[in-house]
Design a protein around this ligand. Structure first.
Ligand code: UFG
Length: 344
């Protein structure tokens, strides 16, 4: 039996790399592309250590049509694509909106065209709960409307989903599943793989672990005066391994017989709303380390509170989150320590 081959764009990034591990574990053959614009080779080494596989990898930009065509031609028999390659920082997107539109839209548009040319018809797209904007009610389910995005990053995800829905409508062979992530955190339990921002972290948990280990002086919690129980924002923090496993369920379903629904979308969250301050306190409790933090001003572009209703993905893909936030924090800390040579 030939193993199903899946192209993974952004496979050296945080979510992509964890998903590659789960793809191997489920008998797929991932083909990774990455341009290292927001990642480096460390995570590829981590994948190799965990899986014992020697990776199939092509270095290049997903928006580079010539490069992408070469990969499709060389790999020949791709069964599907998982598209992770995108910029993902809410704050950065407010400062550099054009760069975000340019990168996130062009890579998707190029990919969809090249897929069509090569008759590759199955796509899993990395979407985000930011497509809902500030939701009217929480937990938010998939029937919630796309309200005005709070950031250019969120807008790119809304636009990408619209592009895909239209493309699917026009092309009966194309099948797409968009996965709307809530907040992925944590690391592989082996501590061989985790989040590795190449510059100053924008996301909360790498900022926490880098502060705890002494790379950063202080964690600033962005806003303590929101209309929430403790004044800080509320998120649905989902363990990265849970999130990665959901991708395998999604591609299994997409490659199976599924004639009716060609554009599908699912929330991926735990269903638990946790405040930023709660998460910080939980980190201190779970790890026993000191953390220097203070409440500072709000960050532009932040949604105030959101967490998922994940009933749809549970019913239709048979997936639900298995790990708790404390597991993710423990694993993130183990990864940070290993990365900085603090454990053997
Ligand atoms: N935060 C801080 N201090 C920091 C960093 C973050 O207080 O140093 C706060 C933010 O203000 C926010 C919360 O922690 O309230 C989470 O912020 P992140 O930057 O970690 O995550 P976001 O919710 O902004 O966005 C993340 C990813 C997106 C993804 C989204 C939902 O960055 O790519 O979750 O899926 F789309």
């Amino acid at each position: 039996m030939t193993l199903k081959k899946i192209l993974v764009t952004g496979g050296a990034g945080y979510i992509g790399a964890h998903t590659v591990v789960e793809l191997y574990a489920s008998g797929y053959t991932p083909v990774i592309i990455d341009n290292f614009s927001k990642s480096d080779r460390t995570l590829l080494e981590g994948i190799e250590k965990i899986t014992g596989k020697s990776l199939i990898f092509h270095e290049g930009d997903c928006a580079d049509r010539k490069f992408l065509k070469e990969v499709f031609e060389k790999e020949g028999d791709l069964d599907g694509v998982m598209h992770f390659a995108a910029y993902k920082s809410v704050g950065e997107s407010v400062e550099h909106p054009v760069m975000y539109y340019q990168n996130n839209l062009n890579s998707l548009l190029t990919l969809v065209e090249v897929m069509k040319e090569h008759k590759v018809n199955n796509l899993i797209f990395s979407s985000s709960c930011t497509v809902y904007g500030e939701p009217d009610s929480i937990p938010v389910d998939e029937s919630a409307p796309f309200k005005k995005a709070e950031s250019p990053y969120g807008a790119t995800k809304q636009m990408c989903e619209q592009i895909l829905e239209d493309a699917v409508r026009a092309d009966k062979k194309l099948k797409v599943t968009s996965l709307r992530y809530f907040n992925p955190i944590g690391a592989h339990p082996s501590a061989m793989l985790g989040e590795l921002p190449i510059d100053r972290p924008n996301n909360l948990v790498p900022y926490i672990t880098q502060t705890a280990i002494g790379i950063r002086k202080k964690l600033v919690i962005f806003g303590g005066d929101y209309d929430t129980p403790d004044g800080t924002c509320i998120r649905d923090f989902i363990h990265i391994v849970d999130l990665a496993q959901a991708h395998v369920k999604a591609i299994d379903k997409l490659l199976g017989k599924n004639e009716d629904e060609h554009y599908q979308y699912f929330n991926l969250g735990t269903g638990q709303g946790v405040s930023v301050l709660q998460l910080v306190k939980e980190f201190i409790e779970v790890t026993g380390v000191k953390l220097n933090y203070e409440i500072g001003p709000r960050r532009a572009g932040d949604v105030v509170k959101t967490y998922a209703n994940s009933a749809k993905v549970q019913t239709e893909l048979g997936w639900s989150a298995q790990y708790a936030a404390k597991d993710a924090l423990r694993d993130a800390w183990a990864w940070e320590k290993r990365l900085r040579g603090l454990t053997t």
